[in-house]
Every structure is written in structure tokens, then in C-alpha cells.
Design a binder for this molecule. Structure first.
Ligand code: ZN
Ligand code: ZN
Length: 521
């Protein structure tokens, strides 16, 4: 009885028939021979190219902002599932538009390690620092879909299938091998008639996009000795979306200059403090900055809660659902009995949007720039199942009777929220290179201005920042344009600070730039 049930279940979830599994297995053996995957224990490769800052485009529908990948070095060791990745980015000639700390001033170094299901980086003193379990899982997955890793993963998978796919535009037929790896991720890989993998497609979890599309092309497979081939061109996308008007979302282009298989000492040991690192905690530290105005700090990104007569408005829901749940719990404790009616989304960058779905699930209306309307309705807040990382909204029952699309209130130039007693004003920040849709929130009574990514006041007594960003200058110009009286800046990053500091530090740079513009005719 047990056995029969097992067979029934296997059939109903579409496990390949024995003959088809045999086809896939013999095809993968040929694919393995073509590039020597099974004989690769480790691989070291270097190159250069460009990288896109995923989730940080200037405006929705535009491509990710690019930075030059000046150097890139990676070593992967398969038996220990470890990886060392080091790269240096510079701004180069790419336009200084969008987020991801654009423009890069000088060089930006990144060094990341993974091994045994852990991920870590090094702090300024060279000490290992554990990254989140989510980062560690993604790092492990990227090893599983690396050029040789993907063959190994497919050969180890229990559910591998193979089909022909005719590509009319190229008049050729590719073999598509599909499988599940790490008991979670579905991967489909396309092979040409030389048994070389040209592209794989998959989905990875993302707080904004849900089961987010990722695809990588491995091209220019080149002989690197001992019957081993390696692709000398990587081209990757992240965040393509079939149902919204988007361009191809280019994440990576790497021209490999050198690759060596089976290098010495490629396996990494997981540092003890990384292995024993406690699970990351969400820390919320509330601070009343004016009567009924709370800065919800405690992490890398703040929210601001503003109490109205019979509801609450929150500015920004950064990062992810875990942060939103903690912030909402604290708001409910501080301001009991009032629902969060509005969530003001400062801009569409994913680090400022990743927690917004939680507020939508709890019935809040999202106030955002008009340019985000379609993308938010059709993708970010779409009533849809999310399988890789379900959240409160994706677990809501969806039916033709509701809930329908998320409630959105959009802003083109200016907007307000009022209960008759308290009024707050919301303005689009113009002539900004960081994000086209940026909203700042002004509390006229308290003379508070809330901004994201434009101005983080330096701590009292600290020296002024070495570089005055173009975003700070744009904020200065917008404050002038709108004639706002400001006492205090309340930032989404950092701590509140007086407007006098802003005038003193940013004012001269803004006046200088204005003079330069006029002088230049
Ligand atoms: Zn931003
Ligand atoms: Zn930010």
C-alpha cells in the first residue's frame, strides 16, 4: 500500500519516466565530457567587465546602473563547496545616475567568501564577519550553477528532465535540461549541439520581486587544458519580468582573461566565529523626535511613524518583511489602537521597498510616485503566490472577490495627508540623479524634513563629509525652490540633525555649482 502511494505521488508530481531519465542521464554524460566538469575539483578565473547595481535603477523600467568591473578574481572549490570572490569597481564612463552608491569615488573593493553553507566577508581589521543565512544560501546556489557546477548539480539531481526546444529566430534546436537543486531551486539549462551549455534560467528569492528571474549566459567555451573547457564570457540578468514593460535587466558582463582548473589550496575553512555566529536579529530603536513623530531606527535604514488623529502614516518600509514586522509591532506598542493607513514609499530602490508588502498585507495604502504605478500594481504588490520565500501578502487568500490590486495613491509633483489637525506635505525631488521618483516628506508644524539617500546629518562634533554629494546639492535646490522652513532633517539613513549644519556644509557647494552653471552659460 505504502509503495503504491509512493508511485502515485511520483507520477502526479511529474517525475520523469525511466526512459526519459535515461535520455537526460546520457545527455549529461556527453555534456560532462564536452567540458570536463567531473574532473574539475576547483577552478580559478579572472577577468573584467561591468556590473549592474540590481534594484537601484534611476527610474522603473530602466536598466540597472552600471559600474566598471576593473578586476574580478574568483576561486571555487567543489568538494568543500567554497568560493572566494574579489572584485574592484570604479565608476568609469558610466553615467552617475541611480543608486547603489553611485557615483563610485575612487575604487570600491568587494571580498566575499562562502563555504559549507556559510558566507562571510572581512571587516576593516581583516576579521571574518558572518553574512546572513540568506546570503549564504545564495552563495551556495551560485556555486551550484557555476559553469562546471551546473553539470555536477544536474547529474546529482533526482528529477532531471530533458526536452528539445526549437528556436525559430535562429533556426536551431537546443536541448533543455531541467532539474531541482538544493531541494529548492528549479534550474533549466540550454545546451547546443556541441553539448555546451549556453544559458541557464532560474528564480531566486527577493523581497521585492518574489521568485525573481535570473539568467546567465556562458559563452566562448575555451580549452584550458586536460580536456577542460571554461566559458570566457559571462552575461547575466536579474529581475527581468514577463508581465511588465521592462528592458532586459543587465546585472553582469564578465570577460574572462584567464582560467585554471584544479588549483592548490582552493578549499576554505569556515572561520569558527562565522560558524558559531548567532542568527541575525532585527533591532528596532524608537525615538520620539517631535510630539507624535517617531524615528524607528536600530538598523541600516530607518522608518518614520507619524501619528494622526485616528490613523498612523509611516515613511518607508526598508529591507524586508522581517524588518517591517518588527517596526509595525513597535509602532502598535507606541501608538496603540490606530491602524497604519498610509505608507509613504520614498523611492523604488529595493532597499527602501523590500518591506512594503507587509504594510499592504495589513491594509495600508502606498503613497508613491506616479511613475511606479504599473510596476507596483503588476509586479511588486501583485496578488500572487511566492514559493521561494512566502510572505504575509503572498499567503493572503487571492480570489476574484479580493483582495484585488494594492491600494496606491500616486504623486506627480506634490501631495498631502491630513486629518484636519495635522497635515504633512509630500514633494517629488526634482533634478536628482539618484532616483526620478524620489519623494521627501515635510512636516510644516514641526519644521521637519524627512529624506532618503540625500542627506544624512553628520554626528554632532564630527568633521563635515569629504564629498558633498550631488544628491545633497539637489536637496538644497529643492528646499529653495519650495521655500521650506526647516529646523531638523530626519533621514532614513543615520540620525536627525539641525538644518543649520546642512546650510553650513551643503550651502557653499550648492552656490558654487550654481555659479559654475551660470558661468558656463
Ligand atoms: Zn536609493
Ligand atoms: Zn538608501
Amino acid at each position: 500500500m505504502k509503495i503504491k502511494l509512493g508511485i502515485l505521488l511520483a507520477a502526479s508530481i511529474g517525475v520523469a519516466s525511466p526512459a526519459a531519465a535515461q535520455d537526460a542521464a546520457s545527455f549529461l554524460e556527453a555534456a560532462d565530457r564536452a567540458v570536463g566538469a567531473s574532473s574539475v575539483n576547483s577552478i580559478s578565473y579572472s577577468g573584467s567587465g561591468w556590473m549592474g547595481a540590481v534594484g537601484q535603477n534611476f527610474a522603473d523600467g530602466e536598466d540597472w546602473p552600471r559600474h566598471v568591473l576593473q578586476s574580478y578574481d574568483r576561486v571555487i572549490d567543489y568538494p568543500s563547496q567554497s568560493s572566494r570572490e574579489e572584485y574592484v569597481r570604479v565608476q568609469g564612463d558610466y553615467p552617475a545616475r541611480g543608486g547603489g552608491r553611485t557615483p563610485i569615488i575612487g575604487e570600491r573593493h568587494t571580498l566575499e567568501f562562502a563555504g559549507g553553507g556559510y558566507a562571510w566577508t572581512l571587516n576593516g581589521d581583516g576579521e571574518p564577519v558572518a553574512q546572513s543565512p540568506e546570503d549564504a544560501e545564495l552563495a551556495q546556489f551560485m556555486i551550484a550553477v557555476s559553469p562546471h557546477g551546473i553539470i555536477k548539480s544536474a547529474m546529482a539531481a533526482a528529477d532531471v528532465t530533458i526536452v528539445d526546444r526549437y528556436i525559430p529566430s535562429q533556426d536551431r534546436t537546443l536541448k533543455v535540461v531541467a532539474f531541482t537543486t538544493m531541494d529548492k531551486y528549479r534550474v533549466s539549462a540550454e545546451f547546443n549541439d556541441k553539448y555546451l551549455m549556453e544559458r541557464f534560467m532560474t528564480q531566486i528569492p527577493n523581497p521585492v520581486m518574489g521568485d525573481m528571474q535570473m539568467e546567465v549566459r556562458y559563452e566562448e567555451w575555451t580549452d584550458i587544458g586536460n580536456g577542460i573547457k571554461f566559458p570566457f564570457l559571462f552575461h547575466g540578468h536579474q529581475g527581468d519580468h514577463l508581465l511588465t514593460a521592462r528592458t532586459g535587466m543587465n546585472w553582469l558582463n564578465l570577460n574572462v582573461s584567464e582560467a585554471t582548473a584544479n588549483v592548490a589550496d582552493a578549499a576554505l575553512n569556515v572561520p569558527a566565529n562565522v560558524r558559531n555566529a548567532p542568527a541575525p536579529q532585527v533591532n528596532v530603536a524608537a525615538q520620539e523626535v517631535a510630539d507624535g513623530v517617531w524615528l524607528m531606527a536600530g538598523g541600516s535604514h530607518n522608518s518614520v511613524a507619524i501619528e494622526f488623529d485616528d490613523f498612523v502614516t509611516v515613511v518607508d518600509a526598508p529591507q524586508n518583511e522581517a524588518r517591517s514586522l518588527a517596526v509595525i509591532a513597535e509602532i502598535n506598542r507606541l501608538i496603540p489602537g490606530k491602524t497604519i493607513r498610509y505608507l509613504i514609499n520614498t523611492h523604488h530602490h529595493w532597499d527602501h521597498l523590500g518591506g512594503a508588502r507587509t504594510y499592504v498585507a495589513k491594509g495600508a495604502t502606498v503613497v508613491t510616485h506616479e511613475s511606479n504605478r504599473d510596476f507596483y500594481r503588476d509586479a511588486v504588490f501583485a496578488p500572487q503566490i511566492r514559493t521561494l520565500s512566502p510572505d504575509t501578502l503572498s499567503r493572503n487568500p487571492f480570489a476574484t472577490t479580493g483582495p484585488g490590486p494594492a491600494a496606491l495613491e500616486t504623486v506627480t509633483d506634490r501631495h498631502f495627508i491630513s486629518d484636519g489637525e495635522r497635515t504633512i506635505l509630500i514633494f517629488n525631488v526634482q533634478n536628482l540623479e539618484h532616483a526620478a521618483d524620489m519623494l521627501m516628506t515635510y512636516l510644516p508644524e514641526e519644521q521637519i524634513l524627512i529624506n532618503a539617500d540625500l542627506w544624512g546629518p553628520p554626528p554632532a562634533g564630527a568633521p563635515p563629509p569629504a564629498n558633498i554629494s550631488a544628491s545633497a546639492v539637489a536637496l538644497y535646490d529643492n528646499i529653495r525652490r519650495l521655500n521650506l522652513d526647516i529646523a531638523t532633517h530626519v533621514p532614513i539613513h543615520g540620525q536627525p540633525g539641525p538644518h543649520s549644519d546642512f546650510e553650513r556644509i551643503v550651502g557653499p557647494a550648492a552656490i558654487q555649482r550654481q555659479a559654475a552653471l551660470e558661468g558656463g552659460g
